[in-house]
Write a new protein. Sequence first.
Length: 279
Amino acid sequence: MQKTMKTENVLAFVTELDLKKTFECGQCFRWSADESGVYHGVVCGKALAIREENGLILCDAEDTDIPFWRDYFDLGVDYVEMSGPFIEPPYLEMCANFGRGIRILRQDPWEALISFIISQCNNIPRIKKIISTLCACFGEELPCGLFTFPSAYKLAALDETALAPLRCGYRAEYILCAARAVVSGELNFDKLSQFSSEDAFAEVRRLRGIGDKVANCFMLYGLHRMDRFPIDVWMKRALERYFPKNFDPKILGLYAGLAQQYIFYYARTNERSDNLECS
DNA sequence: TGCCAGGCGACGC
DNA sequence: GCGTCGCATGGC
């Protein structure tokens, strides 16, 4: 399954992109590191092996589309500048410093939608396991041994019995609903990308099994709407404990979603849920 | 073993 | 509009 890295291309400097943080901060679920620290993943049917060495981010050059991957890692913008306003409260500044190097990936909207439907009321190891099984069962195997994410058309043709091996419980119904909405044209990602943030949110929010949290995750990670601020149990605890009462994420501006990612990553890395006094 | 997890929908008030 | 409950499953 591990691909040998041959001719290497430089994708970025490590000061711009921290692979471990970016892949393990909770925004995506399909990248994994092998024993030598090389991360392997598949995006939109394209496989990549990527690693850090001597201050550089190197990727496998064999059929590697560098512009595609630079776009995926959102390397065209300055994250230091975007996170400049994240200085209050002090907890946010600490989270931003801790998360330096995280980039909000430009993920496939379809994969992001299904991934965050699966994420609901679930822990991250189990989310990864369910998505991995989904891809192994219904995706296509690539020469490197990894699987593509199954298309909406593939999933829309299934029923809940076919999804039983995923062991995803009540979420199976929601996955099928989303797949059928895409196939019917009721949900069109190209159209959504033209909508305002509020309109696109309302549109995806109409689907069964997609509430505020999943819709916001889809907006942020699937449509790259950086103003969205998903609030899950970890965020709720952090906000209640470290932020002023009635704190409105809107004051964080256009990049509130990045602040959210820093907070989530810090909280999940450093704080156990049972040592916080909040409910 | 029991608590919890990147929630949501239905229901009662 | 708001609080509560059941939902399916398994990581820890």
